[in-house]
Design a protein around this ligand. Structure first.
Ligand SMILES: [Cu+2]
Length: 504
């Protein structure tokens, strides 16, 4: 054999072996990326229900809550103590509850080793009370925002919002629900006994490495952290006992990157009664509801005496094709929560068909349009800058916001201070699940959504609100912008950037 021929054989052999190894690795990565806990979940733990937060009422009628951010340990898995963060406890926080028209005040104390914030997701309030990255609470300090609740009954939530570190702070356990009530919701024949036939369902995906959380991002995923199992209200393998014919589930996707498509293992229908910002005009029968990070849905499900069913997340649509879909969780299935009905169930009234009117802006009133182009690298080609005001909005004017996902990576879009109306998804009337009040909307790759938004004030030219992708890894990378609400004819002011945030 000539020397050249020997070299050629050697080179070819090396190339084939390397190719096989790479191919094998790719096949392994691909098949390892698919996760399913369907049918293999033990449901051995009774669902924890976050306690209702205690409050006191000051002489002027203000309802006062206390929230303390603290570190701790929680035994998610028997015999293993996981280091965690929580509000007033080891993991997650109590459920705050207030009625429309009430003045509220929250004393937010930080007993962590680092600064954080608490943002009231979905709440209409002054910018200085919003808890965004400009309202940092230093370790040892207390921040006391106050506002008047002035929006319909809804399932809102609270979580930290420090620029660049939100993903970590939420994953460690800082999140809780904030329920709002009003006269209309109180008068409707809906399940409404908290913790009995009206359950908060805070869904998070997690991965454990021994006793510790493993928050590492998987190779190939461009959306952020994806866990290999789910928990509800901090309970792994949860079941809930049901003693009523109908149970209301307030679903919150509190995961940092995972999109869920909730339904039931036996395919039963449920009634969708509410979205992010409150009740729909009419209950809608459905079999699946898709929620991206930060979104909520209120559903009512009917149970027969003695039966069991499982709230399951099925593979969600629109997470890309092929590899991208696989690595973004588009093939994943989770058994989320088992419902166990007692042999005897208390009768529940039928879900009313009409739930009431929406308080949302109409496209016909719009006086201006704005465009938001989404890419992981930034919104409208710019990374978040805490010193830059990106948009100046006039108080009380309806606008149409066109949000376009300009590439293939899934994103969503959250706007602070308001509930908006989704007008269109790729030029079509939105599906029923997007026809209610929304503050966060899923924007799949190369998709355009149009929103009607209106900011009713108060104005504050110096303190911005945020709009951003609520996939927290993307938000932390800089997929966020700032807007101020001004009175007609007023100009945006100068943003004061808090210590420790210069350079972001
Ligand atoms: Cu994103």
């Amino acid at each position: 054999m000539s020397r050249l021929r020997r070299v050629l054989i050697l080179v070819t052999t090396v190339a084939v072996v390397a190719g096989l190894a790479l191919g094998g690795g790719a096949v392994w990565l691909y098949s390892d990326a698919k996760v399913s806990t369907a049918g293999s979940t033990s449901f051995g733990n009774e669902l924890a229900v976050p306690p209702l937060a205690k409050s006191r009422v000051k002489p002027d009628g203000t309802r006062v809550f206390d929230l303390t951010m603290q570190s701790g340990h929680k035994e998610f898995i028997q015999g293993k103590k996981t280091p965690t963060w929580g509000f007033n406890g080891d993991y997650l926080g109590p459920t705050l509850r207030a009625a429309r028209g009430e003045k509220v005040e929250v004393k937010v104390a930080n007993r962590l080793g680092e600064a954080s914030t608490v943002h009231w997701h979905g709440m209409h309030l002054p910018a200085a009370m919003d808890g965004g990255p400009h309202q940092m609470v230093a370790p040892g300090q207390t921040w006391t925002p106050h506002w008047t609740v002035d929006q319909p009954a809804a399932s809102l939530w609270y979580h930290p919002h420090p620029h660049g570190r939100t993903e970590k702070h939420v994953q460690r356990g800082l999140a809780g629900m904030f329920l709002l009530d009003d006269e209309r919701s109180a008068g409707l024949a809906l399940p409404k006994t908290y913790g009995v036939d009206d359950l908060p369902v805070i869904v998070q995906d997690v991965r454990f490495d021994g006793a510790e959380f493993d928050h590492g991002h998987r190779l190939m995923s461009d959306t952020g952290f994806l866990g290999d199992r789910t928990m509800v209200n901090g309970t792994l393998d949860p079941y809930a006992e049901v003693r009523d014919e109908r149970v209301r589930l307030r679903l919150l996707n509190a995961s940092t990157a995972r999109v869920y498509a909730f339904g039931f293992s036996d395919g039963r229908e449920f009634s969708l009664i509410g979205t992010d910002g409150g009740l729909l005009e009419q209950a809608v029968p459905m079999e699946r509801i898709r929620l991206s990070p930060g979104e909520r849905a209120e559903i009512v499900v009917r149970m027969e005496p003695g039966e069991k069913t499982v709230l399951r997340s099925f593979p969600p649509r629109d997470l890309g094709e092929g590899w991208q879909k696989r690595f973004n969780g588009g093939d994943d299935t989770f058994d989320v929560l088992q419902l166990r009905a007692h042999r005897e169930l208390r009768p529940s009234p039928q879900v009313p068909d009409r739930l009431g009117g929406l308080e949302l802006p109409d496209a016909s009133d719009a006086v201006r349009g704005r465009f938001f182009g989404l890419r992981t690298s930034g919104i409208n080609g710019r990374k978040m800058d805490m010193a830059r005001i990106d948009e100046t909005v006039t108080r009380g004017e309806t606008e149409i916001w066109t949000v376009r996902n300009e590439h293939g990576t899934p994103h969503n879009f959250h706007v602070h201070d308001v509930q908006f109306r989704v007008l269109e998804v790729d030029g079509e009337r939105p599906p029923a699940e997007l026809r209610g009040a929304k503050d966060t909307v899923f924007v799949p790759g190369r998709t355009t959504v149009k929103l009607a938004v209106r900011f009713d004030g108060p104005s504050d030219p110096d303190v911005p609100y945020m709009y951003h992708c609520h996939l927290l890894y993307h938000e932390d990378l800089g997929m966020m912008g700032q807007f101020v609400v001004v009175d007609k004819g007023q100009k945006a002011g100068r943003v004061h950037v808090p210590d420790g945030h210069q350079g972001h």
